[in-house]
Ligand binder design. Structure first.
Ligand SMILES: [Zn+2]
Length: 77
């Protein structure tokens, strides 16, 4: 089974994006995970705002609302 986790970031400029992590939690398969940045720039380790390119850190994470943001392409993740 694949676990999906979204970490939502809100920039000081108001732009919202997310890091979407897919992980396989099967105990007998190799550990793997892939993180896709949605609406963000930079890298998984150092995301930046997709609008103003401001560096985003732990202080920009929106707690408890992992899915309440519009995806860049308009769909609900
Ligand atoms: Zn910004």
């Amino acid at each position: 089974m694949t676990m999906h986790t979204w970490t939502t970031y809100r920039c000081d400029c108001g732009h919202i994006g997310a890091a979407h992590t897919k992980e396989n939690d099967q105990p007998y398969s190799a550990n793997w995970g892939v993180t896709t940045l949605e609406g963000l720039g930079g890298t998984e380790q150092a995301p930046t705002c997709g609008a103003c390119h401001h560096p985003l850190g732990a202080g920009h994470i929106v707690p408890g609302k992992p899915r309440e943001y519009p995806a860049p392409d308009g769909r609900t993740p």
